[in-house]
Design a binder for this molecule. Structure first.
Ligand SMILES: Cc1cc2nc3c(=O)[nH]c(=O)nc-3n(C[C@H](O)[C@H](O)[C@H](O)COP(=O)(O)O)c2cc1C
Ligand code: SF4
Length: 552
C-alpha cells in the first residue's frame, strides 16, 4: 500500500465506527508488522492505554510484532491438513509457522502469505485457486442457499438476479411486522452454532427501545472443519448483503458490519466489490430504494482468534476492547455493539433470508424432513471421496450423506468416527452414525450439529491422536478469562498426549471425567463447555484405544 503517515491512517478511520482493527491492519500492511512506534501512535490516536493495546494486539494470531512477519508463510495445521501432510509442507518452507484450521478442508492445504492464499499438498504444487463450488445435488433435492450459487457471474451484481434485490423490495412492501412474522413462520434458526430462532432474535431487536441498532454478520468461521460461509461469500456475496439489509429493515437498524475472519483475504475483496456495487445501485446507504430507510455497511477483518466467533467476543473485538466473551445476560439483542440493540447472525442464516422471502415461509419449512424446518449446509471433509459443502434437508441421514453423496471412504476402508459441529460436538461412531442431521437426533447422542462441520476418519486413523490435536486446539484458543477452561483444556491435552497424569486406567478416566464435568458446569462460554465432548466421546466409543494409550 502507499506510504501513508501515522496521522493519515488514524484520520482515515477515526470517524468510522469500530476503527481499531482497520487501523491496526493499515499499520501492519504498511510496515509488514506492528512496530513499537505504530502501537504508540494508535494508543495516542485512539486514547487507549498502551498496556491494554499491547494485550489486545498480542492476543490475535496474525498481528506480527517482528519485521517481515506479514509475509512469513503460515500453513494450516487443522485436523484435515495434518492428515494431508501439513507438517511436511511446513518443514519444506523456510520460516513457515503453523496456523489453526483456516477453512479450506475441501481443498487442502492452505498457506497464507501477506494477503494471498495458496493451496497445494506440497511446496512445488502451491497455487492460487478459487474456493470450490458445491457439487450439484441429486435431482430430487431442492436447495435454498445453494439454489443459484453455481450460476455463472453469480458473484456480480448483474449476475445476482439481474442486478435486482427483489426480496428487499418485497420486504419493504410487506412492512416490518409482516416481515418479522414471515421469518418466524419459516422456522429459520441460526446456522452459526446455537440454533436460536431468527424471527425471535429479530423481533427482540425490533422491540428494543434504544438506537442506533446494528446488524452484524458473523463471518468469523473459525471452527475447524467448517468452510461453508467462505463458499457462500465468495460465490454469492449479494445474497448475504441482501439478507443483512432485510434484517435491518425488519429491526430498524441503520448500520451493519461483516466481521470476516483474517484467513479469507480474497473474500474481503469480493465483499468490498459487492458492497460498493450495491451502494451505487441504491440497495445500501441512504434512502434505500427511494424510501427514508438508511443502512450503512462496513467490513471489518479479524486478526485470527477462534473465540472472536463467539458473538460477544466478536462485539468486543469490533469495539476495540480485549476480545473476551461478555457475561450474559444482558444479551446482544438489547446490549450488543456499543451496548445498543444488535442482531448477530451467521452468514448462512442471512443468505437463507432472500430465498425465504421469495418462495415463502411454508416452502422453507417444507424443505426439511418430518418436524424439521429447512435445510442445512454441511461442510464434509476428511476420508471421503468428495469432500465439499452439501446443502441437505434437515433430518437427512448422516450415512447417506457420507456414503452416497460424498462417495464414502476409500476402497476397503470403513468410517471409524466423525466429528460433529466441526470439533465442538466431539465424535460420533459405531451405531450412533445412524443419526439424522438435525439437533434432536444428534443431541440424543450427547453431541450437536452446530455450524455443520463434519470430519470423517477412516479405520486407519488413531483416534486418541485426533482427540489430542483437537484438545490442543481448544487449549490454544481458550481465551483464558475463566480458569476451568484455561486450565482444563491444558490438563486434558496433557492427558491425551500421555505426558502426565495417572498411568492406571481407572484413575486416568476419573480425572479426565472430573475435569470435563467441572469445565461443562463452570466455564463462562461455549468453548469451555464443548471441549470436554472430545474426551467423553473418545471414552464412549474407543475405550480399548484409551486403555492402550494410558497403560501402554
Ligand atoms: C467458541 C464459539 C465460537 C463461535 N464461532 C462462531 C463462528 O465462527 N461463526 C458463527 O456464525 N457463530 C459462531 N458462534 C456462535 C455465535 O456466538 C452466535 O451464536 C451466532 O453468530 C449467532 O448467529 P445465528 O443465530 O445466525 O447462528 C460461536 C460460538 C462459540 C461459543
Ligand atoms: S470458557 Fe474458555 S474461551 Fe470461554 S470465556 Fe472461559 S476461558 Fe474464555
Amino acid at each position: 500500500m502507499a506510504r501513508f503517515s501515522n496521522d493519515d491512517i488514524i484520520a482515515r478511520w477515526k470517524e468510522e465506527p469500530a476503527p481499531l482493527l482497520p487501523i491496526l491492519h493499515d499499520f501492519h500492511d504498511r510496515d509488514g508488522y506492528l512496530s513499537e512506534e505504530a502501537l504508540q501512535a494508535v494508543a495516542k490516536g485512539l486514547r487507549i492505554p498502551i498496556a491494554d493495546l499491547f494485550g489486545t494486539v498480542t492476543f490475535y494470531h496474525h498481528f506480527s510484532r517482528k519485521p517481515g512477519g506479514l509475509k512469513a508463510p503460515r500453513v494450516c495445521t487443522g485436523p484435515i491438513c495434518k492428515m494431508k501432510g501439513a507438517d511436511a509442507l511446513m518443514g519444506a518452507l523456510e520460516g513457515a509457522t503453523a496456523m489453526p484450521c483456516s477453512g479450506r478442508c475441501d481443498d487442502p492445504i492452505p498457506l497464507l502469505s501477506g494477503h494471498d492464499t495458496l493451496v497445494g499438498l506440497s511446496a512445488d504444487t502451491l497455487e492460487q485457486r478459487a474456493s470450490p463450488l458445491p457439487p450439484p445435488p441429486p435431482d430430487w433435492m431442492e436447495e435454498c442457499v445453494f439454489s443459484d450459487i453455481r450460476r455463472p457471474e453469480r458473484a456480480t451484481l448483474e449476475g445476482y438476479r439481474h442486478g435486482e434485490y427483489e426480496s428487499l423490495k418485497t420486504a419493504i412492501d410487506l412492512g416490518p411486522d409482516r416481515l418479522l412474522k414471515l421469518i418466524a413462520d419459516s422456522g429459520l434458526a441460526g446456522r452459526g452454532g446455537a440454533g436460536f430462532p431468527t424471527g425471535v432474535k429479530w423481533k427482540a431487536v425490533a422491540d428494543a427501545p434504544r438506537s442506533p441498532k446494528t446488524i452484524v454478520c458473523n463471518a468469523d468461521e473459525g471452527e475447524p472443519g467448517c468452510f461453508k460461509d467462505r463458499c457462500i461469500m465468495d460465490h454469492d456475496p449479494h445474497a448475504v448483503l441482501e439478507g443483512m439489509v432485510v434484517a435491518a429493515y425488519a429491526t430498524g437498524a441503520t448500520r451493519g458490519f461483516i466481521y470476516l475472519r483474517y484467513e479469507y483475504p480474497e473474500t474481503e475483496k469480493i465483499l468490498a466489490q459487492a458492497v460498493s456495487d450495491a451502494t451505487k445501485a441504491g440497495f445500501l446507504g441512504p434512502e434505500i430504494l427511494g424510501t427514508d430507510f438508511t443502512f450503512k455497511l462496513y467490513i471489518r477483518r479479524g486478526a485470527g482468534a477462534y473465540i472472536c466467533g463467539e458473538e460477544t467476543s466478536l462485539l468486543n473485538s469490533l469495539e476495540g476492547a480485549h476480545p473476551f466473551p461478555r457475561n450474559r445476560p444482558p444479551y446482544p439483542v438489547t446490549h450488543g455493539f456499543e451496548n445498543l440493540p444488535t442482531v448477530v447472525n451467521n452468514v448462512e442464516t442471512l443468505a437463507s433470508v432472500p430465498p425465504i422471502i421469495r418462495m415463502g415461509a411454508d416452502w422453507y419449512r417444507g424443505l426439511g424432513r418430518g418436524e424439521q424446518a429447512g435445510t442445512k449446509i454441511i461442510s464434509l471433509s476428511g476420508d471421503v471421496a468428495r469432500p465439499a459443502n452439501y446443502e441437505v434437508p434437515l433430518g437427512f441421514p448422516l450415512r447417506e450423506l457420507i456414503n452416497e453423496w460424498a462417495g464414502g471412504p476409500g476402497d476397503g476402508r470403513s468410517v471409524q468416527a466423525v466429528t460433529m459441529a466441526g470439533l465442538s460436538g466431539g465424535f460420533l461412531a459405531g451405531d450412533d452414525l445412524k443419526v439424522t442431521l438435525d439437533e434432536p437426533s444428534i443431541r440424543s447422542k450427547n453431541s450437536f450439529l452446530g455450524a455443520g462441520g463434519i470430519m470423517v476418519f477412516d479405520d486407519t486413523r488413531d483416534m486418541v491422536e485426533v482427540a489430542h490435536q483437537a484438545m490442543e486446539f481448544f487449549a490454544d484458543e481458550s481465551c483464558g478469562k475463566c480458569f476451568p477452561c484455561r486450565i482444563g483444556t491444558q490438563r486434558l491435552t496433557e492427558r491425551l498426549a500421555g505426558k502426565a497424569g495417572p498411568k492406571e486406567l481407572g484413575p486416568w478416566i476419573d480425572e479426565v471425567v472430573d475435569v470435563g464435568r467441572t469445565m461443562i458446569e463452570t466455564s463462562a462460554c461455549g468453548l469451555g463447555m464443548a471441549a470436554p465432548l472430545i474426551t467423553t466421546s473418545l471414552l464412549k466409543y474407543f475405550p480399548e484405544r484409551v486403555s492402550d494409550h494410558v497403560t501402554g
